[in-house]
Design a binder for this molecule. Sequence first.
Ligand SMILES: Cc1cc2nc3c(=O)[nH]c(=O)nc-3n(C[C@H](O)[C@H](O)[C@H](O)COP(=O)(O)OP(=O)(O)OC[C@H]3O[C@@H](n4cnc5c(N)ncnc54)[C@H](O)[C@@H]3O)c2cc1C
Length: 386
Amino acid sequence: MNTSRIPMTSDEHDEFRLVVRDFAQKKIAPFAAQWDQDCAFPIKVVHKMGEIGLFGLIFPEEWGGGGGDFTSLCIAIEELGRVDQSIGITLSAGVGLGINPIFTFGSEDQKQQFLPDLVSGRALGAFALTEPDGGSDAGATATRATYSASSRTWKLNGSKSFITNSGTEITSVIAATARTEDGNISAFLVPAGTPGLVVEPGYRKLGWHASDTHGLTFVDCEIPEENLLGEPGKGFHNFLTMLDGGRIAISALALGLAQACLDLSLDYAKTRNAFGGPIGRFQSIAFALADLAVSVENSRNLTYKAARLKDENKPYKNLAAMAKLYSTESAVDATRLATQVFGGSGFIEDLPVARFYRDAKILEIGEGTSEIQRLVIARNLGLPVG
Ligand SMILES: Cc1cc2nc3c(=O)[nH]c(=O)nc-3n(C[C@H](O)[C@H](O)[C@H](O)COP(=O)(O)OP(=O)(O)OC[C@H]3O[C@@H](n4cnc5c(N)ncnc54)[C@H](O)[C@@H]3O)c2cc1C
């Protein structure tokens, strides 16, 4: 297993990695298959993640956070993702999409109202951008927000699709984009339980079975005027900036998956015998695992380089897109290879490789598809792509 020092990390990062790894091995790995089979959102372990400070990692101490850097968050997501992708995305979305928009754009009152519970992991927030007719093209937002001067409220009408952490029993708030009467897109905080907020039944998904995902419908959903999040008309732009950091986090999640595939496949290649010796002596398997080791190394370097740029407040949008594109496509390849190395056993749900195979595909889709990452990178090259 690879424990060599990552160029962009420190001794403290390595120590922290071991703490999260120990937590993941003891509190998550033994139960991951069952949660997956039951499609159960494991609320107790989410609370435990809060207790050890994972949701608060990158937020200042004044909000109950740990004051850590973004690199540490990526390390936590990578380590959780090595054993359970659903838990990894629960943390990634909980921090990057649930807490960060309120921390970054929220008023003092909004922060006071929501951050303490979110940062401690007692509550979860969600981020509702995608709509039935607007995913990659999120600027096509059709959800409407209508202002009433007499009641000083906003009324939301419309639908959102595939919203992570939006329907758990501890979800406290959903940040949603909606188009106002001037045609601009703003963001609004909709507290859980607001009349007119309909949380649709959870989806039946290919993977991420233990992650919470719902469609949402707003039916004359009325919220006070002070629930506008950030400046009016800036909601779309502000949400897109959140996604840049989210892409590095998804890259870390994919890295954890690819590393797990490498570890599992290597062990198996050394111990599974065929034709009088271990299958790892066949070049077809040995070379494929060598290639996988290279892609894991590349994913690691891209992920932590992008995280370092973000920590240093340097431009990171392009590298975040590169990291997400490379790591997620490599992770999908890694799960296909691991399943092949395990032969028939790779197809059976008794082993994590089958679960990883199902969990991998969404990595190439969520928080911007591979095509959208290529668009960002091509535009950065100065190419006139549409
Ligand atoms: C499990 C899960 C969790 C999610 N969580 C959230 C969440 O918490 N919050 C949230 O807001 N959203 C969430 N999403 C939504 C996710 O971000 C979108 O599904 C994703 O952005 C793609 O949008 P779409 O599904 O509408 O696909 P579309 O945008 O319709 O894309 C369909 C295909 O067309 C391609 N395409 C589209 N435009 C272009 C283009 N310009 N150039 C080339 N190809 C293009 C796409 O790459 C894709 O292959 C989640 C989705 C899932 C499945």
